[in-house]
Design a protein around this ligand. Structure first.
Ligand SMILES: Cc1cc2nc3c(=O)[nH]c(=O)nc-3n(C[C@H](O)[C@H](O)[C@H](O)COP(=O)(O)O)c2cc1C
Length: 229
C-alpha cells in the first residue's frame, strides 16, 4: 500500500507513475482498525468525490456520513445476501451512503458511481481503506437515515484505517476485455501484443468470473429493473 501522498512534492513523471500505481493498488478492505477518521480527512475525501464528472454537470448526489455505531449496526443488519454478510458495514469507523437524486438527473447512478471511485482512490491516497457495498436493504437504509423518496441509495462505502492489506484479486486479461475498431468476441483484441498478456492469475480470474456470474444475475433480479437512465 503506498504511503499517503497528497502533501508530497512531485515531478511530472513521479505523479503519473504514482497515480497509475495508486489506482491499481487500491483494494477492497474488509477489516479496519478502531482508529477514528478525522472530520478534516472525511471532508478532504468527499471534496475529491464531488470533482467526478456528471451528466450536464448536474451533480445529483448527496453523501451521508454515518459514524453513529447504532446506525451502522442497523444498516449492517441488511447488508447481507443469505450467508454472505458484509460485517465490515457495522464495524467500520465511517460509512458513507451515496444517494442519487432521481428527479435531478437520469444519469444519477453513473454520476454517483464515478464519485464513489474518486472517493475510494482519494481514501487510498491518504492511507485509508474502503470497500464499495452493493448488498443492502435500500428501503431500510432510507428509513434509518431519513432519506427522501426521490433519492436512491446508489451504494455504501466503508471507510477507515486498514487492518489488512488484501491480495489483489485477479483481473480478466486485457485481450479479453478490449478490441480494436469493432467488437470482437473472444480473444482477438487486436490491441494487445504477446508481451502484454497476463500471467497465471488470468486463469484464476476466469474461474472466479464463472463462479460469480450466477450470483450477480440473482442479485440483479432481486433488486428489480434499474430506475432512471
Ligand atoms: C457494485 C459493487 C458491489 C459490491 N458489493 C460488495 C459487497 O456487498 N460486499 C463486499 O464486501 N464487497 C463488495 N464489493 C467489492 C468487490 O467485491 C471488489 O471490488 C472486487 O472483489 C474486486 O476487488 P478489489 O476492489 O480489491 O480490486 C462490491 C463492488 C462493487 C463495484
Amino acid at each position: 500500500m503506498p504511503k499517503p501522498f497528497l502533501n508530497r512534492k512531485f515531478s511530472a513523471g513521479d505523479l503519473m507513475t504514482d497515480l497509475l500505481h495508486l489506482i491499481k493498488s487500491r483494494r477492497s478492505v474488509r477489516r479496519y482498525k478502531e482508529k477514528a477518521v478525522s472530520r478534516e480527512t472525511i471532508l478532504q475525501i468527499l471534496d475529491v468525490a464531488r470533482w467526478a464528472p456528471t451528466g450536464g454537470n448536474l451533480q445529483p448526489w448527496r453523501f451521508v456520513v454515518v459514524t453513529d455505531p447504532r446506525l451502522k449496526e442497523e444498516i449492517g443488519r441488511g447488508a447481507r445476501f443469505y450467508f454472505l454478510k458484509s460485517h465490515h458495514v457495522s464495524e467500520v469507523p465511517v460509512l458513507i451512503v451515496i444517494c442519487g437524486d432521481t428527479r435531478k438527473s437520469d444519469w444519477y447512478k453513473i454520476d454517483c458511481s464515478l464519485a464513489g471511485e474518486n472517493l475510494m482512490i482519494a481514501a487510498h491516497a491518504l492511507g485509508l481503506g474502503s470497500c464499495w457495498i452493493g448488498i443492502y436493504d435500500e428501503e431500510r437504509v432510507k428509513e434509518i437515515l431519513n432519506i427522501p423518496d426521490h433519492f436512491a441509495v446508489v451504494g455504501l462505502v466503508t471507510l477507515g484505517y486498514p487492518a489488512e492489506i488484501p491480495k489483489p484479486p485477479p483481473r480478466l486479461d486485457l485481450e479479453e476485455v478490449t478490441s480494436l475498431n469493432s467488437f470482437t468476441p473472444g480473444k482477438a483484441s487486436g490491441l494487445v501484443s504477446r508481451s502484454m498478456k497476463a500471467g497465471p492469475l488470468s486463469v484464476m480470474g476466469k474461474v472466479t468470473g464463472i463462479l460469480l456470474r450466477p450470483i450477480g444475475r440473482i442479485l440483479e433480479k432481486l433488486k428489480g429493473s434499474p430506475r432512471g437512465g
